[in-house]
Design a protein around this ligand. Structure first.
Ligand code: BGC
Length: 759
């Protein structure tokens, strides 16, 4: 597909190397750079929010608010006219949150009026599909995807998202989020790949590859690894609060997905809101220059996050004013300012004053221009509106969204009531805030056309047309549930054969202040919000079987339900076909296979609760209520069939530190349904010079098995999987015993063990 309309054609002056598509990119970059004024260079390093937002806000806000409100007015004291003028003057390198192709083409046409006609790079948070804009495929969110352990699917989704983005003239996704999520209070868990560094790394790498393709054309987009780093273990669970984390933990847990993403060629990276060990990440030279550039050889550009350069001054207070904040950040390694005023003025001043060498600015501009050339923007700045919808929401992409949802929904508990027997249960009462709501799309999604959303109710009606579904509406807002509707559901539950409660969190960002989960929506509890527990308990009191479906971004400590209900499904935010996928699982048309990519604790007091903890974590267990165990462990997930593991063996008893060793296990599908089993391999270094986790996921396989079928799986354990940072922070394999565990979950009782010696 090539849906770009060419602009430069063949008419350029031959001396203008940068306009010559045949010239090497490095030559084009250097030629263009040599023609740019300092103002134009600094402008390339700046990004603004699209003008439509500003127009909308200008229409709804007072003069006074527009002047002073930085959250919604964006650029107090300025109007869209200023942005238009700056773009025409070539002083804007990028826009974000441009939500329509029409606006993207329009802004691009302004850039084409500028002296050098440098095209705009459009950035958007296409986190699970380009869902933030209308009429695009909405795939399941990352936490759901991670639970499928399906790295090939991560690639496919990213690839398709890239095509849909380019069909909207957007070329830069602020994804993948490769933070290792270690606190379920944090509202952004749903946009991560969970708590395990190995799984996050693989998912992140495949996403980068999918987005960027060969990073050389009109079907590729720029990926952005974010947020660097460690904001996923915030000190109090809230987004952007301080993190205080040892270099050892950074290197063992939080760095690996970023390092691997850089190695996979990610072209951009976003720094984190938080301070790390006393230094705001946005001005941390150690992170941005020493680690990223010097150690990992990162070639892309670094972008700041929303207002975080401003926050160096007005929040962290490590710079006395904004100009100083810009100075500190650029000198630490920053390349692009996400958005905000005064950048162009202050940064050009800093160069003219001799504080920032122009060569430092050139470095950043080179990196940004390089991306624009690679993505073909100079040749194809516009996209044809007529062709756009042939790509977006096409059948192939819809099918992927459905397939991914089927693979990412976790069956947490089943006493045998599932799959639903449609002969026995002919009248079903369905209720709960997520029973019939677009919230199934998840965070980072705009409301989409209802005909493109399969809610749980719709999915059930489609799959069981003979069954009567009695829907009791609880509204969408968990914090404002109507007690009368709860009573109504309780009464109707008695008349039903079976009840389904679809509970969880509210994540849609257009209701920013009302939602309970998502970015900047952190909680001091992980139980269900509002009257949801009461609803579940009252419905269950009917004496009729009651099933719980959860739609959420974060793990929820639903311990009452776990003890008292026969079945629980965690669907996360399964995207536009989520309802259909849930219904197919409930009725057994799809055999669930997903496994938890994150631990579900009983309660908030157990946090931090992760499976790969250090040996002394529960030396003195909690004395109150629950044991020092999770409600559901990492790796857990049920199926409608049963699997047996046999004959687990290692190929050798001893190896040298630079050798590999094979671990083999046989898995048999002992039930009567075909299925996919996610086989997990964990390793523990038994004695080590610095403490090691009790187990770490080091490999896994999605194995499809027909009923009765047996397959043998071999995992090759490489030195890389045994190495760690020793007492002197040297990356090494230490001699001694290693324990290898294989099984269907991280829980000790599910794992078979063997050990070997490294000589
Ligand atoms: C988020 C980023 C996001 C940016 C632009 C920030 O608030 O932290 O993840 O990419 O907004 O939408």
């Amino acid at each position: 597909m090539s849906i770009g309309l060419s602009i430069f054609s063949c008419t350029h002056d031959k001396s203008e190397i940068y306009k010559d598509p045949e010239a090497p990119i490095s030559a084009r970059v250097e030629d263009l750079l040599s023609r740019m004024t300092l103002e134009e260079k600094v402008g390339q390093m700046n990004q603004f929010v699209g003008v439509e937002h500003i127009k909308t806000n200008s229409a709804s806000m007072t003069e006074e608010e527009l002047k002073n409100n930085t959250a919604n007015a964006f650029y107090p004291g300025h109007t869209e006219k200023d942005i238009i003028k700056w773009t025409e003057d070539g002083l804007v390198g990028s826009f974000l949150h441009v939500l329509t192709l029409k606006e993207a083409n329009y802004l691009q046409s302004l850039a084409m009026k500028s002296r050098l006609q440098i095209p705009i790079l459009f950035g958007i948070d296409a986190i699970h599909g380009n869902a933030y804009a209308m009429d695009n495929t909405v795939y399941p969110t990352s936490i759901n995807l991670a639970c499928s352990f399906d790295t090939a699917m991560a690639y496919t989704i990213a690839r398709q998202t890239a095509r849909e983005m380019r069909a909207m003239n957007m070329q830069w996704t602020f994804n993948p989020n490769v933070e290792v999520a270690r606190d379920p209070r944090w509202g952004r868990v749903g946009e991560t790949f969970g708590e395990d560094p190995y799984l996050v790394t693989l998912m992140g790498v495949e996403s980068v590859k999918g987005y960027q393709g060969d990073f050389n054309g009109t079907e590729d987009v720029l990926a952005c690894l974010k947020h660097f780093v460690a904001g996923s273990q915030p000190i109090n669970g809230t987004n952007g609060s301080p993190t205080d984390i040892s270099v050892r933990t950074l290197r063992e847990v939080f760095f690996p997905p970023f390092k691997a993403g850089v190695k996979a060629g990610a072209g951009s990276l976003m720094t984190a809101h938080n301070e790390l060990n006393g230094i705001p990440c946005h001005e941390d030279k150690w992170l941005m220059t020493d680690v990223l550039r010097d150690e990992w050889n990162f070639k892309g550009f670094i972008v700041s996050d929303w207002m975080d350069l401003e926050h160096i001054h007005d929040l962290h207070a490590t710079a006395e004013n904004l100009k100083e904040a810009f100075y500190q950040s650029i000198m630490a390694g920053m390349d692009m300012h996400m958005h905000g005023l005064y950048w162009n003025e202050y940064v050009t001043e800093l160069v003219r004053e001799g504080r920032i060498p122009e060569s430092r600015i050139d470095e950043s501009v080179r990196r940004i221009l390089d991306v624009k050339f690679r993505l073909g923007l100079f040749e194809h700045p516009f996209v044809d509106e007529a062709q756009s919808m042939t790509v977006r929401l096409c059948d192939e992409h819809r099918q992927t969204a459905l397939e991914a949802a089927r693979n990412g929904i976790v069956l947490l508990k089943n006493d045998g009531i599932l799959p639903i027997n449609d002969q026995k249960y002919k009248k079903i009462m369905i209720t709960g805030i997520n029973a019939d709501d677009e919230n199934i799309l998840g965070d980072w999604s705009a409301p989409q056309c209802p005909e493109n959303i399969s809610t749980v109710l719709k999915g059930l009606q489609q799959i069981a047309p003979e069954t009567t579904f009695d829907f009791v509406d609880q509204g969408w807002d968990p914090r404002n549930m109507n007690p009368k509707q709860v009573e109504l559901a309780a009464a109707k539950a008695k008349q039903a054969d079976l009840n389904i409660v679809v509970a969880g969190e509210y994540m849609m960002r257009h209701r920013w202040l009302e939602r309970t989960d998502g970015e900047d929506t952190d909680r001091s509890d992980i139980d269900l919000v509002g009257l949801q527990n009461e609803l579940i308990q009252k419905v269950a009191a009917s004496g009729k079987p009651t099933i719980l479906i959860l739609i959420s971004g974060r793990p929820l400590g639903v311990s009452w339900a776990a003890e008292n209900l026969p079945a629980i499904v965690e669907a996360w935010a399964p995207g536009m076909y989520g309802g259909q996928a849930i219904a197919e699982i409930l009725y057994g048309e799809v055999n669930p296979s997903a496994k938890l990519a994150i631990t579900i604790p009983y309660s908030v007091g157990q946090i931090q609760m992760i499976y790969n903890h250090k040996p002394s974590m529960y030396f003195h267990p909690y004395v109150d209520n629950k044991p020092s165990k999770p409600l559901y462990p990492f790796g857990h997930g049920l199926s409608y069939t049963t699997y047996e593991y046999n004959g687990f063996k290692l190929a050798k008893k001893e190896i040298a530190a630079n050798e590999t060793i094979d671990a083999t296990v046989k898995i048999t599908n002992t039930g009567d349904r075909d299925g996919v089993e996610i086989v997990q391999l964990y390793i523990r270094d038994r004695f080590s010079s610095a403490t090691r986790p009790v187990k770490e996921l080091k490999d896994f396989a999605r194995v499809s098995l027909k009923a009765g079928e047996t397959k043998e799986i071999t995992f090759t354990i490489t030195p890389e999987k045994l190495a760690f940072y020793d007492r002197n922070m040297q990356w090494t394999v230490e001699p001694g015993e290693f324990i290898v565990m294989v099984g269907p979950s991280s829980a000790d009782e599910c794992l078979m063990t063997q050990s070997f010696i490294v000589k």
